[in-house]
Design a protein around this ligand. Sequence first.
Ligand code: SF4
Length: 335
Amino acid sequence: MTTPAEASPLIAVSNLKIQFGRGGSLVRAVDGVSFTVARGETLGIVGESGSGKSVTARAILRLVQTPPGRYAGGEILFEGEDLLTKSEAGMRAIRGNRISMIFQEPMTSLTPVLTVGYQIAESLRLHQKLSASEARKTAVALLQRVRIADAERRVDEYPHQLSGGMRQRAMIAMALACRPKLLVADEPTTALDVTIQAQVLALLAELRTELGMSIILITHNFGVVAEVADRVAVMYAGAVVETAPTAQIFRDPRHPYTKGLLGCIPRLEGNARRLNAIKGSIPAPGGLPTGCRFHPRCPSAMPICAAQDPPEIEITPGHMTKCWLDSQPAAEVAP
Ligand code: SF4
């Protein structure tokens, strides 16, 4: 059954493969990833460090360095155009304009030697051809919109003069200057304390509604997903292992890895309990196990799991998983 995201997606990533190195030292960082994002929708991509989620995010803006990286297959259709076949000049016209990105550490995108106002105004001058004075006026309005107090003064300050929370807001202002259709946010709140994190997430949700944009939110934190995402894609070792509407994944997680991630979330209600850590660690992308790549860590692994990669199946409309437990009754699964 077709979900709204699949019916008219703003972006459709299919079978994306990104590799590093060659021959015996080949690292399959992203290995056949597919997902869609509808207009106005927020998709959370969740997984541990090393799951390939950040490489996937960077690939959408074609920011993976090649070499050493290589786009080894798949397509990224954005409003019907394949971003993987666009020229570099074509991508420059898209980055910061129709698609923007914000990072965990604002200093990654803010240049320390230029004022924040100059940096916000730069994309307005480049993409929207505003005059210097119009761009400055818009930069002040954007800083006010992301609730930076005394924006008239802050616009002429350098990034190091702002607090961490203010820098994050300034980066959001910069990313949204051209009213992008898609915002890719890579761990945007990880470096912030919880109060500022909640404010930044609320701000992103508000701006999404106001601008009608879509968001791809990369995070290792299911709590962040619960607050802002409409749907979730869970990534493990370079592949998507489960996708579902957010409420559904909390209500009925199917993949043992998703259950493991949810078991790591501290809860306030109910009796105190030990958090369930997932045993072991994510495999190095250069040494992926055979069969289901989660099998060495999976508490429910069966003989077939080490031998064959499970197919993706749809549990309920829009809820997909890749696990032998859901593909066939365990008793029928031959090793
Ligand atoms: Fe675990 Fe097997 Fe399912 Fe993989 S396919 S998650 S090893 S039960």
